[in-house]
Design a protein around this ligand. Sequence first.
Ligand code: ARG
Length: 459
Amino acid sequence: MALWGGRFINESHKLFKEFNTSLSFDNVLVEEDIIASIAWSKVLMKIKVITEKEQTTIESALLELLMEIKNHTKNILASNCEDIHSWVEENLINKIGQLGKKLHTGRSRNDQITTDLKLWCRNKIYLLLKNLIELQKNFILNAEFNHDVIMPGYTHLQRAQPITFSYWCLAYVEMLRRDVSRLKDVLKRLNTSPLGSGALSGTAWKINREELASSMGFDSATNNALDSVSDRDYVIELLSSASISMIHLSRFSEDMIFFNSGEANFIELSDSITSGSSLMPQKKNPDALELIRAKCGRVHGALMSILVVLKSLPLSYNKDMQEDKEGLFDSIKTWNDCVCMAILVLKNMKIKYESCRKAAEEGYSNATEIADYLVKKGVAFREAHNISGQLVLRAISEKKSLNDLELSVFQNYSKLIKDDIYKHITLESCLDKRSSKGGVAPSQVYEEIIKAKKRLNIF
Ligand code: ARG
């Protein structure tokens, strides 16, 4: 029977029942619902709605239910309960009879659902924080291992200036650090307990909501019941964080797909995360990375969806809010899967040192160096830029790199160029000069790696 049967004379339509139920997806909240219910039973005991003994009976039955259902959540689906709250209550009543019917005193599914959801989000945030840090560690270890790999850095997908593979890794560490900081921020605002808000205006029972909040590990109780049951900001914030992080992961994937392409040929992905073609035997496709790139879409979709669901929704609880869950559950799983996959990709890839270096040498990525060289000799940068551009044009026409041009050729374009030009335009010199904070110089990169290792306790 539904929890609200008394007011109704006729049965729900079968189609409506199927349309209305959330059990097929909110069953993942079973553990959170039981934990919050136990906390609530203790409140009921304190205000003497139930005795100490009754509380113990309720708590033991709920824990027993949790044990039975752990790893068998599929069994929940066999029931025709409306949602996970009804399911837990019905099963409690099946175990302990009339006493089970006391548990919902002073509580509403409106404060119950958002409490469960916040507890669920909190656990997932902990998991994601752990895995985002693990991914950072993998970038850092790769950065350390490949510190001497020089490759071209790109703008507009054109070879721009030489960088190192380590430096590229550290760029992703920065993005992931921001992801972690955003998640911690979500956690800060999320971690307040709505339980005891009742349906929308608070509970008529004299309970201590702060004590209840801290018993579930919340920092405090929420301030306004009307807001508490309406608030899904934390879902939006979590999905925003997921969306931004997925952008980072998709850019990582795209970079790696390009590095792995026959055209770039900078890395080789491991067999363990690639697949073959059913027709073309030579192929090794970067499926894991392509999937990460694509899965970004469903996470962004879920963010859009919850924004639209909540826009202009009147206070306080409306059934519209049941639509907050599927997108959230799917996105958090997707995000976490993608982080784990990125770790696997990094763990097993190989760098092709020679072809990275060759690409950096061939792309005229040291043209800026010639301009800077001339500036040091007193030429205005615009002028110097122009001379360097002409030299690039000349080198292209001779099918040479800048380093291979004769000194006399350099001097045709500027008499200020001397023999020391060659040491100024080596790849190593291009890197070494950029030693101010944030630059690509190996000395800088080394310092950053040391700092990151300390921060993440890597020894
Ligand atoms: N299944 C509902 C949801 O996910 C639970 C809250 C139901 N509240 C209500 N007043 N019908 O939002």
